[in-house]
Design a protein around this ligand. Structure first.
Ligand code: GLY
Ligand code: MN
Length: 303
């Protein structure tokens, strides 16, 4: 079944791009309606109204929260405050039954502060470098590690890590800020075919799942093939409970500047996610572009 379904036909890709057109409109509407004083579920309702006008459904329960550091946080009851970063992971399913899965993160009030901008641009760099590395034959495990290296390099310059970048990635210390996988296949299911067995979909005889915290949650590690569609969704999160637990046991303390991490309580999380087709020579981001750079997000939020 995995061999049958993991190479998408042109018709399947067209269905995913149809889903992405509506998902993109939902994300833009969320950017434009996330003002201080608005409750998260009011924005969720605006997004879902756009989708329901097509008689379509969500591909998975929306994550829309100023507490973006809580992964798979499905509560929508916070009041948005000026200066918050809000994380929106929302995608609909097309009429033909194909999923989309998009994440954007933006500042309530429409302007990133300096710290948010620096960390946001590291996540954007992680995502763009990962997308550029995608081509047939490349193991997604190695693309994940590339994204982690880009993060550690950028965050070391801001004082969060110290030591050799590769060592920090190989030890798993990096996962204090990026504790999930870079992505997964997508198609008729948002986590495509994982109901058949996650390892059957994401791993094979040549690539084993890592036992490390963080990397062990990578759903897709095996070599990529032309025709696969997958998500590229790196992030940086400041999770107070995780930081406190690791600090208490002194985990990776030779690499992690815990004092710097402790300053970040309340910052939240940043994730940027697109759906990407593996082509014969590289990759193509599916759908029309959805605002993603700092400048694009600030401009759309001013409208
Ligand atoms: N969209 C949520 C996830 O990929 O887990
Ligand atoms: Mn996803």
């Amino acid at each position: 079944m995995v061999a049958l379904r993991e190479i998408k036909s042109a018709e399947e890709v067209a269905e995913m791009e149809a889903a992405l057109a509506v998902t993109g409109a939902m994300h833009v509407a969320a950017m434009q309606s996330s003002r201080p004083g608005v409750v998260e579920h009011q924005v969720v309702g605006i997004m879902e109204g756009i989708m329901r006008r097509h008689d379509w459904q969500l591909a998975y329960p929306s994550i829309f929260s100023r507490r973006g550091e809580v992964l798979h946080n499905h509560a929508h009851d916070n009041v948005l405050q000026k200066g918050d970063l809000v994380l929106n992971d929302t995608g609909c399913t097309s009429g033909g039954g194909y999923a989309s899965d998009i994440t954007r993160t933006f500042p309530v009030g429409g302007r990133f502060n300096q710290q948010q901008r620096k960390l946001y641009n590291i996540v954007l760099d992680m995502q763009l470098q990962a997308i550029a590395a995608i081509k047939p034959g490349v193991r997604y495990l190695d693309v994940h590690k590339l994204a982690a290296q880009v993060m550690v390099q950028g965050m070391s310059e801001l004082g969060f890590f110290h030591g050799p970048v590769e060592e920090i990635v190989e030890s798993g210390a990096y996962a204090i800020a990026f504790p999930h996988g870079l992505g997964h296949q997508i198609g008729m299911d948002v986590h495509d075919m994982e109901g058949l067995g996650e390892d059957l979909v994401g791993y094979d005889d040549s690539v084993q799942r890592s036992p490390l915290f963080g990397l062990g949650y990578l759903r897709l590690g095996k070599a990529l093939k032309a025709g696969m569609v997958l998500t590229v969704e790196p992030g940086i999160y400041f999770i107070p409970a995780l930081i406190a637990a690791w600090q208490a046991e002194g985990r990776h303390s030779q690499y992690i500047n815990y004092a710097r991490f402790a300053e970040m309580t309340g910052f939240g999380g940043i994730r940027i996610e697109d759906n990407v087709l593996v082509t014969e020579s590289g990759s193509r981001v599916l759908g029309e572009p959805i605002p993603k750079t700092v400048e694009e997000l600030e401009a759309i939020m001013q409208q």
